[in-house]
Design a protein around this ligand. Structure first.
Ligand code: ADP
Ligand code: MG
Length: 285
């Protein structure tokens, strides 16, 4: 995608009626808004220039990563513009709430349900990786339901720190991500790439199957890193007795401390557990 290499050109325009605040981001609020020309409801991320010290690099990167990316399970960037003191990024709207909220509201949640959810997310991340995009901040808060219906699709949001890796040998080195979801090679300040997303997806899979983080017992980041690097994934019998061995094996393969030995998204999609052949249908809640 060659237009990814050029900086975006901002066009000043009005044309949206702003409504309620949907959420707060690092550099401003995200509003629900109506696109006046056709009445379509959208989400507008408003970023205050003053908080960026006049440097648009960060916004440009988010735009360059997202433009041209169109997938049913990824929040779409429709438009962007700026005013004297703010940038505006217009996204497809997701009103169905976060993944965890819905799981806890549901009366029943089985391994088969977990497979359905995670397969969608892995497929969306496979699409990103095939387009050389590493998300770097996959966590439950960034997985949103598009609408309130029970069969609503899940969408990946927040590409605020996502990056394009234009060739296979490209590496990233910025230390970033969210505590508890970040891969050991990022903590170690090593060069890294797409495998960091699979790590985060492994943590999310663990968490939706049992309701707690795999490293909850760690006192601090150092201890957590040591546990991660020993490839220690504890499936406490009290919470995991009803979960299949296939699920545990899948999670361990996503949480391999060596990124070269970790499953790739495409390998994960071919894993029997994520193919749905071994998952159990018993209630986990
Ligand atoms: P930041 O990059 O600053 O973390 P996000 O992109 O995560 O900003 O947006 C902040 C919050 O706004 C999100 O946690 C979510 O609650 C809400 N939000 C963001 N994008 C959308 C969207 N497309 N639809 C609905 N809510 C959204
Ligand atoms: Mg965010």
């Amino acid at each position: 995608n060659s237009n990814r290499d050029q900086p975006p050109t901002y066009v000043k325009k009005k044309g949206y009626t702003f409504g309620r605040v949907l959420g707060s981001g690092t550099f401003g609020e995200v509003y629900q808004a109506k696109r006046i020309k056709d009445g379509v409801q959208v989400a507008v991320k408003v970023i205050r220039k003053s908080l960026l010290n006049g440097d648009p690099t960060m916004v440009n990167k988010e735009i360059n990563v997202m433009r041209g990316l169109k997938h049913p399970n990824i929040v779409q960037l429709y438009d962007y513009f700026e005013s004297r003191d703010r940038y505006y990024l217009v996204f497809s709207l997701a009103t169905g709430g976060e993944l965890f909220e819905r799981i806890s509201q549901q009366g029943r949640f089985s391994e088969k349900d977990a497979v359905r959810v995670m397969r969608t997310v892995f497929e969306a991340v496979a699409f990103l990786h095939d387009h050389h995009v590493v998300h770097r901040d996959l966590k439950p808060e960034n997985l949103l339901y598009r609408d309130e219906s029970p069969d609503s699709p899940l969408v990946i949001a927040d590409f605020g720190i996502a990056r394009v890796m234009t060739d296979e040998n490209d590496v990233l080195s910025t230390v970033c991500g969210s505590y508890g979801y970040v891969a050991p090679e990022i903590c170690r300040r090593r060069k890294y790439g797409k495998p960091v997303d699979v790590w985060s997806l492994g943590i999310i899979t663990f968490t939706i199957l049992c309701g707690y983080s795999p490293y909850y017992f760690c006192e601090n980041a150092q201890e957590m890193l040591a546990v991660m690097e020993r490839h220690e994934v504890v499936f406490d019998k009290r919470y995991w007795w009803g979960v299949s061995d296939g699920a545990k094996e899948f999670i361990r393969a996503c949480l391999h401390p060596d990124p070269a030995q970790r499953l790739t998204v495409h390998q994960a999609l071919r894993h029997p557990w994520l193919e749905g052949t071994t998952a159990l249908d018993n209630d986990l809640l």
